[in-house]
Design a protein around this ligand. Structure first.
Ligand code: G3I
Ligand code: 9MR
Length: 572
């Protein structure tokens, strides 16, 4: 079939679609036609398909339609005689505005501890769930000030995904990704209204939404020692019911170094990013700084406390069987936390830590690998305001500039690797390596796009941006499954995500704006009926298929980044 970005293409951007099919040997390569979606069905552009390279999964040689030269804004579809027609698409200067807003508003719909009102929620309005005002200290988390069985209050925040638990590690990467989006494209976000309840009318809506989760995160720190609980969770995954119906006991579970360092990073960055709005958020930025410093101290005293759920369950009751986010390597969390503290406090004492944990090698961001985000933060500041500070002597300044340079090179090097890994069948960066397909593969695709757009920001080289667009095209339909992977958008998009709210709300349409996990040959959910075992086709739109069709806050965040970055850099 014809695989096309079902949302659209920037007026002056690269525009391609794929015919995912081998022609008969000897068959002439057909022409393709762009047809206007109007009554006359005018043919507005004609082009010749051309073979792409060999698809590394199917082995097919696909054909590509390149209509980059066609720049007239409007609504169209593509037609290939003998092969059918494509889903409709748009050409516009800013084709992703609505999608960007929706992918951010998705967070609002996943807010815990509050009602989603008719005013803001429309048909997805629902009752409040999980007040989290009585959360038990799990025995794994007990301390002298908070013995097991004690109760704390930690309301608010977003549900992690299709489940109703709240995990600090995953919240951390989500917040950082969205902070980076805001810091890189502030004007765009200041102009993006979300139709959500606001803590402050002065704050851009993205920050209003982030604040909701930030305040929850703050509650996850034990003020007595600064350590941060790994998660707030029920003992096992909840039933498929609405949030308001679930009254399972909830716990804060074991403090961990990964959670604490991710927390450090979020609090430090939040303090810096929210500083201009200080007057409207009484006391907040100071508490954020204090929280970050206290957590850093805990991490220094507890540098390698891993969250190992199986080991924990051997020691403590009740067993906790919800998401583990159990990272084994913490040097990247150390690096991210150090970079964040350095940038936000401008205190040279964090320089040593940045240096110590500077990675040899970075990979695309994921909940367990955050070194790239440390690099990204480090490149954002020119640190020029340090130059007169007496604490920053020449040696330290030189070191800092060198570390910053290294961070910049690491991002560009990674982006270059991505550019050279292309799945020739689809001409997308995504899928260029088989390891791209795992649980949450669509987030790999979006995170590759994020890195490519950072490289574009740092160098201005358009190849990076074009490669990022290839991945956005992938997510929005130019992929082997033919799905536009965001709920509520495109002609063929997931209707049955593994999302407890969407499953049980009695509204036919799923909550919109969510990127589903995507193809994953692991197929850990064991659902029958996957269309194929081929890695890039291991996808099924089934609400039990949690290993391919769940949604998650850390997967939407790089989508937000990618959409914002493409929108904000659209050539006029
Ligand atoms: O670490 C191994 C690696 O060594 C190995 O080479 C590779 C081969 O498959 O697997 C790696 O482990 C994977 C792990 O993620 C780390 O990335 C597992 O196979 C994979 O099953 C695991 O998936 C995670 C999944 O939870 C199950 O634990 C996803 O990354 C993670 O996004 C997902 O998160 C869940 C939360 O637990 C609960 N809430 C919903 C959320 C989204 O599904
Ligand atoms: O609903 C759960 C989802 O959020 C998780 O990502 C997934 C993997 O940890 O687990 C889902 O819960 C399933 C559980 O693991 C096994 N029994 C069925 C549960 C719901 O389908």
């Amino acid at each position: 079939g014809i695989r096309i970005n079902q949302i659209g293409y920037g007026k002056y951007d690269h525009k391609t679609a794929i015919l995912d099919s081998d022609l008969f040997p000897g068959q002439r390569i057909p022409a393709f036609y762009i047809i206007a979606l109007n009554q006359n069905a005018d043919t507005v552009f004609t082009g010749q398909l051309h073979p792409t390279g060999k698809d590394i999964y199917s082995g097919k040689k696909n054909l590509e339609a390149d209509f980059t030269k066609f720049t007239k804004t409007g609504h169209y579809y593509l037609s290939i005689p003998g092969q059918g027609t494509s889903y409709p698409f748009t050409i516009a200067v800013h084709p992703f505005k609505a999608l960007l807003s929706a992918s951010l508003k998705a967070y609002y719909y996943n807010r815990a501890s509050m009602q989603i009102s008719d005013t803001y929620g429309g048909i997805w309005a629902r009752q409040e769930g999980h007040p989290d005002s009585m959360v038990y200290i799990h025995p794994s988390a007990s301390s002298s000030s908070r013995p097991k069985g004690a109760v704390i209050s930690a309301p608010g925040g977003w549900y992690d995904a299709g489940d109703y638990n709240k995990y600090i590690v995953n919240s951390g990467i989500t917040m950082n990704t969205l902070f980076c989006a805001f810091e890189d494209y502030p004007a765009l976000f200041k102009g993006t209204a979300l139709d959500i309840p606001r803590a402050s009318a002065v704050l851009p809506d993205i920050l209003n939404e982030l604040l909701y989760n930030l305040r929850w995160m703050l509650r996850m720190q034990d003020p007595a020692d600064g350590g941060v609980y790994h998660k707030l969770s029920s003992a096992s995954f909840d039933k498929m019911e609405m949030p308001a119906k679930d009254h399972d006991k909830r716990y804060v579970v074991q403090k961990s170094t990964a959670a604490t360092l991710d927390f450090v990073s979020v609090m430090a960055n939040a303090a810096r990013i929210l500083a201009p709005y200080k007057a409207h958020l009484p006391g907040l930025t100071d508490s954020l700084q204090e929280a970050a410093q206290l957590a850093w101290k805990w991490a220094e005293a507890n540098p390698a406390v891993r969250y190992d759920q199986d080991a924990m369950n051997k020691k403590f009751n009740p067993d906790i069987t919800t998401g583990a986010y159990g990272d084994k390597n913490l040097s990247d969390e150390w690096y991210l936390a150090a970079c964040s503290m350095l940038q936000s406090t401008l205190d040279p004492k964090y320089l040593t830590a940045v240096q110590k944990y500077t990675p040899q090698h970075i990979s695309i961001p994921s909940w367990s690998q955050v070194a790239a985000i440390g690099c990204i933060y480090l490149t954002k500041s020119n640190f020029s305001n340090l130059l007169n500070e007496t604490v920053w002597n020449l040696q330290k300044r030189t070191q800092l500039i060198a570390l910053q340079q290294q961070a910049k090179q690491a991002i560009i090097y990674l982006a270059d690797q991505l550019i050279h890994q292309v799945n020739a069948g689809f001409n997308t960066v995504m899928g260029g390596r088989k390891t791209d397909f795992n649980w949450g593969s669509n987030s790999n695709c979006a995170n590759q796009g994020w890195i490519l757009m950072e490289a574009y920001r740092l160098t201005g080289k358009v190849d990076y941006r074009q490669a990022a667009i290839s991945n956005l095209d992938y997510l929005l339909g130019k992929n082997p499954t033919g799905y536009c992977f965001v709920t509520g958008f495109g002609s063929l998009s997931p209707l049955h995500p593994h999302h407890r709210i969407s499953i049980s709300d009695k509204v036919e349409a799923p909550v919109p704006g969510w990127l589903v996990g995507g193809p994953n040959p692991g197929r850990q959910d064991g659902v029958k009926g996957y269309p194929s075992e081929q890695a890039d086709l291991s996808y099924i739109d089934n609400d039990q298929a949690y290993s391919v069709n769940e949604v998650a806050i850390n997967w939407n965040a790089p989508l937000v980044y990618l959409l914002a970055a493409i929108e904000a850099t659209e050539p006029a």
